[in-house]
Design a protein around this ligand. Structure first.
Ligand code: IMP
Ligand code: MG
Length: 180
């Protein structure tokens, strides 16, 4: 375990098992169609890479980068698109892939924005869900794990841009926060 972690919440095995399960459900639900998987940069990158490799229907990939103003660990609800999609989504089946839904404010804004572009369908797949902190009425269509209200890192999730490369998902030691 990384020495900055207090505990491991989800092991590599738990994550990979869940990713395969989600990919199986997605492949079944969209059977006969192709989908555009939209990753929200940067947190969703690792999850998306593993997810799409387990999906068996035709997949295209695009990315969108957003920033929410406010503290690093707290979403403010004011969202800015830093990098928009490259592709036109009108008439396509769009699956937005996110690392974690926390307050839901980021996703609520993004879904409203994307739905104005008239996709054939628009769904959300998140690896983690922290429903206790929800401020916007966002319900993920696919969710890997519902987790308690703790700040987690690893498998794409960062603290101050660190720990994205950890293979498992864990909780940082309290002293790590106070150092930065
Ligand atoms: P929301 O708008 O509050 O739902 O913000 C979701 C975004 O906040 C995620 O995409 C993450 O980038 C970040 N975030 C929320 N909770 C955590 C966490 O526990 N660890 C790392 N990033 C988090
Ligand atoms: Mg994110």
């Amino acid at each position: 375990m990384h020495s900055d972690l207090r505990e491991i919440m989800l092991t590599e095995e738990q994550i990979s098992g869940k990713v395969k399960e989600l990919a199986g459900r997605i492949s079944e639900d969209y059977q006969g169609n192709s989908i555009l998987v939209v990753g929200i940069l940067k947190g969703a990158v690792i999850f998306l890479a593993d997810l799409v490799r387990n999906i068996t229907i035709p997949v295209s990939i695009d990315f969108i980068a957003v920033s929410s103003y406010g503290k690093a660990s707290e979403s403010s609800g004011v969202v800015q698109i830093l990098k928009d999609l490259d592709q036109i989504i009108e008439g396509r089946h769009v699956l937005v892939v996110e690392d974690i839904v926390d307050t839901g404010l980021t996703l609520k804004y993004l879904l409203e924005n994307l739905s104005t572009r008239k996709p054939a369908s628009l769904k959300i797949c998140t690896l983690l869900d922290k429903p206790t902190r929800r401020k916007a009425d966002v319900v993920p269509d696919y969710n890997g794990f519902t987790i308690p209200d703790e700040f987690v890192v690893g498998y794409g999730l960062d603290y101050a841009e660190k720990y994205r490369n950890l293979r498992e998902i864990g909780v940082l030691k309290p002293e790590i926060y106070s150092k930065i």
